[in-house]
Design a protein around this ligand. Structure first.
Ligand code: SAH
Ligand code: SF4
Ligand code: F3S
Length: 442
């Protein structure tokens, strides 16, 4: 018993929601192996980083962390690198940081128990790296979900799209879908545990193909949203190429499906989209936007934009700006193009200078801020349902989230205190470019 409780770990997570959810699986697995999670590196015997490699800055973070804590190795602590940098760099990590004893990509998390026994026994250089051909999904036996109300479910792993700039097909392996039966089983289990919101995850959720019953993505959405007890279903990220009208129709007919779609465009120029190998044109993208705008429910649309892809001219960039005006997104994540290992665009000439990338990014952000100012303002006066996510005591406000995924801060009604994870109705009284303000009505 004493020996068991001495096994402690610290885990820091970088990157996307898939990584966040993978960390929940890693934590569940470690706890089932008798480890205890601690909140500081100092308290921990085992220090793990679940890493992201999407842009150079993200990758550098893990090496900075490792350099910061190198001195702790003398205290007998062990270090492990998990996730996308682990998969991408493999054993090279041991050369760069010799005090690391575990390197493990996401497809190998199910083998963590055996790997940890080796690490604990003092073995150096324990690896779990997969080739791109693995068919295994990354389900682990245990998952320690950090939020008791909203839970993630991975429905599809990996990516076969190979956009010219992107590491994901190399770090997450080939595309493979879970059976709808196993997804629905997990969703029902979560509903039984009291979860009311489910978020379906995948690099391209809508490329989902049920390997057994042949359910389409839209059919899966409708089945999950019909589970008793589930009040909200979200899904991210959708790829424009595989975005069919049936998805809009199912959102329209199922109020449990949240009225929000994240549909990254990356660029407004067909020429750049072609160089990026995104598999759609500007017009095809805008056609999908038109389907959503014609829906009976108002669907909130958000996007990702990359500026400064090699060869992006001023005229191409203007096309991205005009697309922002045309679509009027409710949110945009903008990124400067970052050259990544293994990716085809590494070989392209005509790099856009760093200062120009920075300028383009700030132009995108400024324009989008003005668009959002308008977009958020139109909610003023509306009555919206929010899930209660937190409380800001200093301001005397509660923090809620609307179905459209917008933050709505609100004051409670006298004598009626909202509960965390509960749903309340709020009348919107004010707006900012990134949040709303309101008063609770029920
Ligand atoms: N699968 C999703 C998004 C995956 S990565 C899709 O295809 O839309 C999340 C975002 O990171 C991307 O949408 C893209 O905007 C950005 N990104 C990916 N690789 C990048 C790179 N090399 N440089 C800059 N941004 C990048
Ligand atoms: Fe990367 Fe493209 Fe796959 Fe998205 S679709 S994960 S951007 S390769
Ligand atoms: Fe990063 Fe890997 Fe996600 S590269 S964005 S953590 S899939």
């Amino acid at each position: 018993m004493a020996a068991e409780s001495q096994k402690t770990f610290y885990l820091e997570t970088f990157g996307c929601q898939m990584n966040v959810h993978d960390s929940e699986k890693v934590i569940g697995t470690l706890i089932s192996e008798g480890y205890r999670q601690v909140q500081t590196v100092e308290e921990a015997g085992l220090i793990l980083y679940n890493t992201c490699s999407i842009r150079d800055k993200a990758e550098q973070k893990v090496f900075h962390r490792l350099a910061d804590y190198k001195k702790l190795q003398a205290q007998g602590k062990r270090f492990g690198v998990l996730g996308c940098v682990a998969q991408q760099e493999g054993e090279k990590i041991f050369e760069r940081a010799p005090f690391v004893s575990l390197v493990c990509g996401s497809a190998s998390y199910r083998n963590l128990p055996q790997m940890l026994v080796q690490v604990e026994a003092g073995k150096q250089r324990v690896t779990g790296i997969d080739d791109r051909e693995t068919d295994e999904c990354f389900e682990t036996e245990f998952t320690a979900r950090s939020n008791p109300h909203r839970g993630y479910i991975t429905i599809i792993e990996g990516c076969d799209k190979f956009c010219a700039y992107c590491v994901v097909p190399f770090t997450r392996g080939k595309e493979r879908s879970r059976t709808s039966e196993s997804v629905l089983g997990e969703a029902r289990q979560m509903a039984a545990l009291g979860y009311t919101e489910i978020q379906l995850l995948g690099q391209n959720v809508n490329s989902y193909h049920d390997p057994a019953e042949k359910k389409t993505f839209a059919e899966l959405l409708s089945a999950v949203s019909e589970i008793a007890g589930i009040r909200r279903v979200r899904f991210t990220t959708s790829h424009p190429r595989d975005f069919g009208r049936d998805i809009v129709e199912v959102i329209d007919s199922h109020p449990t499906l949240c009225d929000h779609v994240h549909l990254p465009v990356q660029s407004g120029s067909t020429r750049v989209l072609d160089a990026m190998q995104r598999l759609y044109t500007r017009d095809q993208y805008l056609e999908r936007i038109a389907w959503m705008k014609a829906a009976k429910r108002e669907i909130s649309i958000t996007s990702d934009i990359i500026v400064g892809f090699p060869g992006e001219t001023e005229a191409d960039f203007e096309q991205t700006l005009s697309l922002l005006d045309e679509v009027e997104y409710d949110g945009v994540f903008g990124f400067k193009y970052s050259p990544r290992p293994n990716t085809p665009s590494l070989k392209l000439d005509d790099a856009v200078p760093e200062a120009e990338k920075a300028r383009r990014l700030s132009v995108v952000q400024e324009k989008q801020r003005e668009i959002q100012r308008r977009r958020y303002q139109r909610h003023v006066g509306q009555r919206l349902e929010v899930m209660v996510e937190g409380k800001n005591d200093a301001r005397g406000q509660w923090i809620g989230r609307t179905s459209q995924n917008k933050v709505l801060n609100f004051v409670q009604r006298d004598g009626v205190s909202p509960v965390m994870g509960g749903y309340v109705s709020v009348v919107t009284t004010g707006s900012f470019p990134n949040s709303l303000l309101g008063e609770m009505v029920i």
